[in-house]
Design a protein around this ligand. Structure first.
Ligand code: COA
Ligand code: AMP
Length: 630
C-alpha cells in the first residue's frame, strides 16, 4: 500500500486503523475500543485498556529475545565517555530505581520532576517513573531556577530527580544550586530529591531531603511494572505559550505507545534492532518521543548524545557518531545542520567517515530552509526529510512517510498529512481556503492517539488556546498554505511563540521579565531572523520618564535579567532602548511591523497606525544593533 491508500484507509475507518496499530502493543487488558468521545470536544483514546509504558519499552524486549541487544548507547564527546546498556541491563537498572522511588513513597499518579543533562540516567529515571505508574515532567537543563520553580508549583511533584551538573562547551553548569533555588522559590515543596552525582561538579546534599542516586538503590527490592489505564498520564511536558506561564501538555499512556510505535516503521523506516538517533535533548518533546520512548518501544537502539553539532570537538561529530554506531535513521534540527555547514561548507568532515549505514535523515523543530536541505542532500546522498510537529502532538502531523512510500521531496514543505490528521487551511471566517492561499493551519477533531488530550490543571486554557477559534478544529498556532498536491507549507506562528535554535520560546514571557525591570515603562520582544538559529529574540524597551539611567546600563541589566529568570537557552542578547513603540490607535503594539523592519522586508503601512513617524525611529534604533540576518 502506498501513502494515499494508507491515508484513505485511516479516513474510511479510523477506529479500525488505530485498533490495528494498538495490536503491536502489549496490553495487560486490551481496550474494547479506540476512541472515547463522550466528553467531546475532549477526546481520549484506549481509555479502558490497561498497559504499562516501561513494560513496552523495556521488559517485553527482554522476554522477546532482545535481552542482549544494546538499548541505549551513551556517547559524550564533551566528557570523552561512552557506555552501552543492553535491554536486560536496562531492565535491572530501571527496576532498581523504580524500587527505590516506591520505597520512598512514590506511587501511581504522583508527579516526579526530572532535571537532568544528556546522560543515560535521564532515560532510566523517565522509565523508572512510568514503571510505577507515576507521572514524570522533564525540565530542560538550560532553564533557570525561576522556570523550574514555576513547573514545581504547577506539577506539585512528590520528588525531583536531578543531575548534579550539565556540561556546556567551556563551562560546567552546576544544577544543584539551581534546583535548591527553585525549591526555595516554589510554594510547593517536594518530599525529597534524588541527585545523580557527576564528578565534574559534585552537589552538596541537604541531609534528610536529598538522596544520592546510587546509595538510594542499595538493598531495595526491584519494582515490577504497574499496569495503568490507557488514559492515565504518562508524562506532563511544559511548553511555551503566549504568556510566561508555560502550558503543561499531558500525554496519555495508551495512545502514546500506539502512535509512537506506529511512526517508527512507517515514518522513520526502521525495524526492531536498527539504530535510531535523534540528536536532541530529553527536555524537549523530540527527546521524549524519539530519544526515549519511540525507539525503545519499537525495540531499536537509541543514542544519548551529550555534545553539540560543532565544537565537540569539531563539525564531524555527527558523522563520527553515525558511522561508529551504525545509525540507520538520524533526526536533528535544521539549526544544527546550519551550524555544521557554516564550519564545513564543503563537507570535508563528511568524507572522513563511512556513512553507508545511513539510510535517511529527518529535520524538525523549525522550518527547514531549502539551502540547508540541499546542502545535506549533497553531502549525505540520502533522502533528507522535513517533517512538522509540535510538543502538543508528540509526533509528526505532516511528513514524508518513507516506511510506507518515498514521496517526491518539495523543498520548503514538510510534505503531507499523516494518517490521523485532517489538516485544513482556514481563512479568518474559519472556512477552508483554496490551494495556494495562506491561512491558519488547523486539524479536524478528534486529534489522533498520542496527542494532547488536555493541559495539566488548565482545562479552560486548553479549550481557549486550541479549540475555540475554529469550532470542530484544533488550532495549531501555525500559519501556512497547501499546494495543489496537498503538500503543506508552514510559514509562521500566529501567536507570540518564536523558535530559537529549534527551541520554542515565548516572547510574551520575555516581555513579562523586561516589564519587571524598575526602569522599564513599556517593552516589546519580537523574533528576528538569524542565519544560524533561525530566529533570535530582540527586545525594545522604553524607560520611565526621568529614570536618569544610561541606556547601556539598563540594556545590560535587561539581558542579565532574562538569563536569570528564563535561562541561557532564551539566547536573549539583542536589546535596545527606544523612546516609544509603534501602536495602533487602539493601543496594540505593532510587533509584526517591527519584525519586517528588523528583517529589512517590505511591509504595508498598517492602516490603523497611530503615528507612522515612530517607524523611522525604530528603524534607526535597530540599525544600531547589527545582527546577522539571512
Ligand atoms: N544546560 C545549560 N545551558 C544550556 C543548555 C543546557 N542543557 N543548553 C543550552 N544552554 C546554553 C548554552 O550554553 C548557551 O549559553 P551561552 O549564552 O552562555 O553561550 C545558551 O544556552 C544558548 O544555547 P544554544 O541555543 O544551544 O546555542 P549555542 O550557541 O550554544 O549552539 C547550536 C548553537 C545551533 C549549535 C545549538 O543550538 C544546537 O545544537 N541546536 C540544535 C537544537 C536541537 O537539537 N533542538 C531540538 C529540537 S528538534
Ligand atoms: P515544539 O513544540 O518545540 O516542537 O515547536 C513546535 C513549533 O515549531 C511548530 O508549531 C512550528 O511553529 C515549528 N516547527 C516545528 N517543526 C517545523 C517544521 N518542520 N517546519 C516549520 N515549522 C516547524
Amino acid at each position: 500500500m502506498g501513502y494515499k491508500d494508507v491515508y484513505a484507509a485511516w479516513q474510511a475507518d479510523p477506529e479500525a486503523f488505530w485498533m490495528e496499530a494498538a495490536s503491536a502493543i502489549d496490553w495487560d487488558q486490551k481496550p474494547t475500543k479506540a476512541l472515547f468521545d463522550e466528553n467531546a470536544p475532549l477526546y481520549e483514546w484506549f481509555s479502558d485498556g490497561m498497559v504499562n509504558t516501561c513494560w513496552n519499552a523495556v521488559d517485553r524486549h527482554v522476554e522477546g529475545g532482545r535481552a542482549d541487544q544494546v538499548a541505549i548507547i551513551y556517547d559524550s564527546p564533551i566528557t570523552g565517555r561512552q557506555d552501552k546498556i543492553t535491554y536486560a541491563q536496562l531492565k535491572d537498572k530501571v527496576a532498581s530505581v523504580a524500587g527505590a522511588l516506591a520505597e520512598k513513597g512514590v506511587t501511581k499518579g504522583d508527579r516526579v520532576i526530572i532535571y537532568m543533562p544528556m546522560v543515560a540516567e535521564a532515560l532510566i529515571a523517565m522509565l523508572a517513573v512510568t514503571r510505577i505508574g507515576a507521572v514524570h515532567s522533564v525540565v530542560f537543563g538550560g532553564f533557570a531556577a525561576n522556570e523550574l520553580a514555576v513547573r514545581i508549583d504547577d506539577a506539585t511533584p512528590k520528588a525531583i530527580i536531578a543531575g548534579s551538573c550539565g556540561i556546556e562547551p567551556g563551562r560546567v553548569v552546576a544544577y544543584k544550586p539551581l534546583l535548591d533555588g527553585a525549591i526555595e522559590l516554589a510554594k510547593h515543596k517536594p518530599d525529597f530529591t534524588v541527585i545523580f552525582q557527576r564528578d565534574e561538579a559534585r552537589a552538596d546534599m541537604i541531609e534528610g531531603r536529598d538522596f544520592d542516586w546510587n546509595e538510594m538503590q542499595e538493598g531495595v527490592t526491584p519494582a515490577e511494572c504497574v499496569p495503568v489505564e490507557g488514559n492515565h498520564p504518562a508524562y506532563i511536558l511544559y511548553t511555551s505559550g503566549t504568556t510566561g506561564a508555560p502550558k503543561g501538555v499531558i500525554r496519555h499512556t495508551g495512545g502514546h505507545l500506539v502512535a509512537l510505535n506506529w511512526t517508527m516503521k512507517n515514518l522513520y523506516n526502521v525495524d526492531p534492532g536498527d539504530v535510531f538517533w535523534a540528536a536532541s535533548d530529553v527536555g524537549w518533546v523530540v527527546g521524549h518521543s524519539y530519544i526515549t520512548y519511540g525507539p525503545l518501544v519499537h525495540g531499536n537502539t537509541t543514542i544519548v548524545f551529550e555534545g553539540k553539532p560543532v565544537g565537540t570537538p569539531d563539525a564531524g561529530t555527527f558523522w563520527r557518531v553515525i558511522s561508529e554506531h551504525n545509525v540507520k535513521s538520524f533526526f536533528t534540527a535544521p539549526t544544527a545542520f546550519r551550524a555544521v555547514k557554516r564550519e564545513d561548507p564543503k563537507g570535508e568532515f563528511v568524507k572522513k567517515y563511512d556513512l553507508s549505514c545511513l539510510d535517511q535523515v529527518y529535520l524538525a523543530g523549525e522550518r527547514a530552509d531549502p539551502d540547508t536541505i540541499v546542502w545535506a542532500q549533497d553531502q549525505l546522498n540520502v533522502p533528507v526529510i522535513d517533517h512538522w510537529w509540535q510538543t502538543e502532538t508528540g509526533y509528526a502531523i505532516a511528513a514524508n512517510p518513507l516506511g510506507i512510500e518515498e514521496l517526491p521531496v518539495k523543498l520548503g514543505s514538510p510534505a503531507v498529512p499523516m494518517p490521523g490528521y485532517q489538516v485544513d487551511i482556514l481563512d479568518e471566517g474559519g472556512h477552508p481556503a483554496p490551494a495556494g492561499d495562506m491561512g491558519a493551519i488547523a486539524v479536524k477533531l478528534p486529534l489522533p492517539p498520542g496527542t494532547l488530550p488536555n493541559l495539566w490543571n488548565a482545562e479552560e486554557r486548553y479549550l481557549k488556546s486550541y479549540l475555540t477559534t475554529f469550532p470542530g478544529y484544533y488550532e495549531t498556532g501555525d500559519a501556512g498554505y497547501k499546494d495543489e498536491d496537498g503538500y503543506l507549507y508552514i510559514m509562521a506562528r500566529t501567536d507570540d511563540v518564536i523558535n530559537v535554535a529549534g527551541h520554542r520560546l515565548s516572547t510574551g514571557g520575555m516581555e513579562e521579565v523586561l516589564a519587571s525591570h524598575p526602569d522599564v515603562a513599556e517593552c516589546a520582544v519580537i523574533g528576528v531572523t538569524d542565519q544560524l538559529k533561525g530566529q533570535l529574540p530582540l527586545g525594545m524597551v522604553c524607560l520611565n520618564a526621568g529614570s536618569g539611567r544610561e541606556d547601556a546600563d539598563v540594556v545590560a541589566e535587561c539581558v542579565k535579567l532574562v538569563r536569570e529568570k528564563i535561562g541561557p537557552v532564551a539566547a536573549f542578547k539583542l536589546c535596545v532602548v527606544v523612546d516609544r513603540l509603534p501602536k495602533t490607535r487602539s493601543g496594540k503594539i505593532l510587533r509584526g511591523t517591527m519584525v519586517s523592519i528588523a528583517d529589512g522586508k517590505d511591509f504595508k503601512m498598517p492602516a490603523t497606525i497611530d503615528d507612522p513617524a515612530i517607524l523611522d525611529e525604530i528603524r534607526e534604533a535597530l540599525e544600531g544593533l547589527g545582527y546577522s540576518k539571512t
